[in-house]
Design a protein around this ligand. Structure first.
Ligand code: IGP
Length: 265
C-alpha cells in the first residue's frame, strides 16, 4: 500500500538527516526557539468555516497537478484571498515537495503554516519547528495511540499544533484517547484513493465538541464546501481544486460564500 511506502521512505529520509544533525542536537535547537502560541489551532477556531489552503505540486493519486509551480506566488495568492492557514507538502518523492519550499514560503507569508509530511519519528517534529512551522500532521494510520501521545506531548512543549488525521471510528477513538485537539477526517481513502464525503458526515458525531474538526480532501467546488459546512466542519483542507484554479481569490471567495450560506440556515 502506498501509505506504507510513504512511511518507509520518510523513515529513510529521517535516518539520512540524522547523519547531518543528531537527534539530540536538533531537539536542543528546537527547544531553544521561542515556544509557539498554537496560532494554527486558534485560526481554525474562529467563527464560521476556516480554510486551510494547500500548496501541492503533485500527489500519488493525481500525479503532477501543477506543471508550473511558482509556489511563493501561490502562497501569496492564498494569503491575499483570505486563507486562514496554509499547508505545504514537504514529501519529495510522491508529492514533489521539499523543506526548502516550505522555508521560502515561510519567509513570504505570515499566515499560520502546517508542515505536511509523513511523521514517523519525533525528529520530524523538531525539523518542522526549525522550519518555522506552526503545525505538523500526525496520521493515525501510522501511529499507535502511545506514539500519538508521545508526539502530541512534544508538540505541546514546542507550542506546535498537531493536526491528527483519521479516517475511521477506531482512529478517531485513538486520537481522542491521545488527547488530540485538532482532528482531521480524510475523505480520501488512502488504500484506493476514492473520495467519500459521507465519511466525514458519518464520523462527525464521534468527535468531541471541544475539538476542532477538519474535513480533508476531495473538495471540488463550492457545493462541496457547502456540504461540509452543513455537517459541521470547523475547517476544510483544500489542495487540488485551488491549485488548479487560475483565479484563486475568486474561487476561495465562492467557497466562503457557500459556507456562509449554510451557516445562516
Ligand atoms: O487535494 P485535495 O483533494 O483537496 O486534498 C488536500 C489534502 O487533504 C490532501 O493533500 C491530504 C490529506 N491528508 C494527507 C496526508 C498526506 C498528504 C496529503 C494529504
Amino acid at each position: 500500500m502506498i501509505l506504507d511506502e510513504l512511511a518507509a521512505y520518510a523513515a529513510y529520509r529521517v535516518e539520512e538527516a540524522k547523519k547531518k544533525l543528531s537527534p539530540e542536537e536538533i531537539r536542543t535547537q528546537a527547544e531553544h526557539l521561542p515556544k509557539g502560541d498554537f496560532r494554527f489551532e486558534k485560526a481554525l477556531k474562529k467563527k464560521g468555516m476556516s480554510f486551510i489552503c494547500e500548496v501541492k505540486k503533485a500527489s500519488p493519486s493525481k500525479g503532477v497537478i501543477a506543471e508550473e509551480f511558482p509556489y511563493t506566488e501561490i502562497a501569496r495568492a492564498y494569503e491575499a484571498a483570505g486563507a486562514d492557514c496554509v499547508s505545504v507538502l514537504t514529501e519529495p518523492k510522491w508529492f514533489l515537495g521539499s523543506d526548502d519550499i516550505f522555508r521560502e514560503i515561510r519567509e513570504t507569508i505570515s499566515l499560520p503554516m502546517i508542515r505536511k509530511d509523513f511523521t514517523v519519528d519525533p525528529y520530524q517534529i523538531y525539523e518542522a519547528k526549525l522550519m518555522g512551522a506552526d503545525a505538523v500532521l500526525l496520521i493515525c494510520a501510522l501511529l499507535p495511540t502511545e506514539k500519538l501521545k508521545e508526539y502530541l506531548a512534544i508538540c505541546e512543549k514546542l507550542g506546535l499544533t498537531a493536526l491528527v488525521e483519521t479516517h475511521d471510528e477506531a482512529e478517531i477513538a485513538s486520537a481522542v484517547e491521545a488527547g488530540a485537539r485538532v482532528i482531521g477526517v480524510n475523505n480520501r481513502n488512502l488504500k484506493n484513493f476514492t473520495v467519500d464525503f459521507s465519511n466525514s458526515a458519518k464520523l462527525r458525531s464521534l468527535i468531541p465538541e471541544e475539538a476542532v474538526f477538519v474535513a480533508e480532501s476531495g473538495v471540488k467546488d463550492a457545493s462541496d464546501v457547502g456540504a461540509l459546512s452543513a455537517i459541521g466542519a470547523d475547517a476544510v483542507l483544500v489542495g487540488e481544486a485551488l491549485m488548479r484554479a487560475a483565479d484563486k481569490q475568486t474561487e476561495l471567495a465562492r467557497f466562503r460564500e457557500a459556507a456562509d450560506e449554510q451557516n445562516q440556515d
